[in-house]
Design a protein around this ligand. Structure first.
Ligand code: SF4
Length: 450
């Protein structure tokens, strides 16, 4: 309890800080870096380096109340068919801006619900992507799968297009929790989905769990984790529910008084993490767990774990090209987000202009601070000697390192060249990383650190 009080004093339950899936974070992006910046970044890609491609499918059959993703509900397939057609048109526009010979190392379809696509749409879209970005030799294709909206024909279509990784959302298997978040996903439906994916030869399966949901109890969490472990996923993500009804309006359907308190919420995360560890999974960064032979564990051991908008990744590609409404691209020059609203994004494609609408060009000490934040978020440490060799101005952050060590003592230590967050201090990682963030932020934009 003493440690919890100490972590509380340092902001564990009160601080609202970014998840640092990017630095600078998306609220900092500016409309000054839109379509022209996108054209410049696409034209400067190096054909010798394969890129990752992210395709966003914003449609869902139903809108779960807890979800803060940019999604829209549909009961018919006509808007989805129209969206696929517009995606293909966007890809054709991008083709004209690319240098010859750019290959695709990874493809990820996220949403929303990519498995809302019918099998012929899956083939049509995958072929369109591959025609603009031919797959490189070690091509990987991952897809977010909704167990309640997938069947064998869709899995087979995805398999034929090369899907070899799948991610399924689970949240919590307790019925009262599912009722309170507006998402009904029974255990047997989830199990059937996993069986289909395994039968299709999917070698890497990720499961997403959420703690801090309404009515979630410690028993619920134990039961859900036991069921998830029975599915034998290769990796898991354990996300804290971010209750931000002022930003995600449908969360207003969730009654605040049904949410677990700060300490309960923290305990739920610890129960799940402990069960994962006991089952042999290795902790990856602040909220992922993976089997020892999973690529994430290997990447962690080899010091090449990265963070992107899906969380942690072992992706080798330095560039991510986002396709579709609201997708975010990561270029060596900076970040770029496509028009977030589907209508605005469609309008740009129909007008024949690139859809980039806001972004950020790296400048000043952005890349230095990014290196520190990425190091802390991925490995809980930063090698200051390496920073010194890469960045001319690395010493400018020395006073900041000192201040962080004082503020977060004894949870941040300087050992040799390494600035390290101790094991006990890991729940504070996002707060510690935020001390290196140079941009003014509106704390209301971000979720709680715990
Ligand atoms: S949780 Fe999945 S299915 Fe539900 S609204 Fe969010 S993206 Fe759509």
């Amino acid at each position: 309890m003493e440690r919890i009080n100490e972590l509380r004093r340092l902001g564990l339950f009160d601080a609202r800080v970014p998840r640092y899936t990017s630095y600078p974070t998306a609220p900092v992006f500016s409309p000054d870096f839109g379509a022209d910046f996108q054209a410049e970044c696409l034209a400067s890609l190096d054909p010798a380096e394969p890129v990752s491609v992210y395709v966003h499918v914003p449609f869902c059959e139903r809108l779960c109340w807890f979800c803060a993703c940019r999604t829209q509900g549909t009961q018919t397939m006509s808007p989805v068919a129209g969206y696929v057609k517009t995606l293909k048109a966007e890809l054709e526009m991008i083709r004209t801006r690319l240098p010859e010979g750019v290959k695709m190392g990874r493809l990820h379809w996220g949403g929303g619900t990519p498995t809302i696509l019918l099998p012929d749409m899956i083939h049509d879209l995958a072929q369109a992507v591959k025609s603009v970005f031919p797959p490189a030799a070690e091509f990987e294709f991952s897809v977010e799968i909704d167990p309640t909206l997938v069947d064998e024909a869709k899995v087979e279509a995805l398999r034929l297009e090369g899907m070899n990784r799948a991610s399924i959302g689970i949240q919590d298997f307790a019925e009262d929790v599912q009722e309170a978040i507006g998402r009904h996903q029974p255990w047997d439906v989830t199990k059937h989905c996993v069986d289909m994916l395994r039968a299709a030869g999917i070698h890497s399966l990720n499961a997403d769990l959420v703690y801090g949901l309404p009515f979630q109890s410690e028993d619920h969490m134990r039961d859900t984790v036991e069921k998830v472990l029975a599915l034998d996923p290769d990796r898991m993500a354990l996300f804290g529910y971010a209750h931000v009804p002022h930003m995600a309006k449908r969360q207003k359907l969730i009654k605040e008084e049904t949410l677990p308190g700060d300490l309960e919420r923290y305990n739920l995360s610890q129960i799940a993490a402990e069960m994962f560890r006991k089952a042999g999974y290795q902790a990856i960064g602040i909220d992922h767990f993976a089997k020892a032979d999973d690529e994430l564990s290997v990447a962690l051991a080899e010091g090449r774990l990265r963070r992107n908008f899906q969380g942690y990744t072992a992706d080798h590609c330095d560039t991510l090209v986002g396709i579709g409404a609201s997708s975010i691209s990561s270029f060596k020059e900076g970040w770029l987000q496509n028009a977030p609203a589907t209508g605005a994004w469609t309008g740009k494609v129909e007008a024949g202009v690139l859809t980039g609408s806001r972004g950020h060009r790296f400048a000043g000490d952005d890349l230095l601070r990014k290196a520190v934040i990425d190091g802390l978020m991925c490995n809980f440490e930063v090698n200051l000697a390496t920073l010194d060799t890469v960045f001319d101005d690395a010493a400018a952050l020395n006073a900041l390192h000192e201040a962080v060590m004082i503020e977060f003592a004894p949870y941040v230590k300087h050992v040799g060249d390494i600035l390290r967050i101790t094991e006990e201090g890991r729940p504070l990682t996002r707060i510690i990383a935020s001390r290196y963030d140079a941009y003014t932020r509106d704390a209301g934009t971000y979720s709680k650190a715990s």
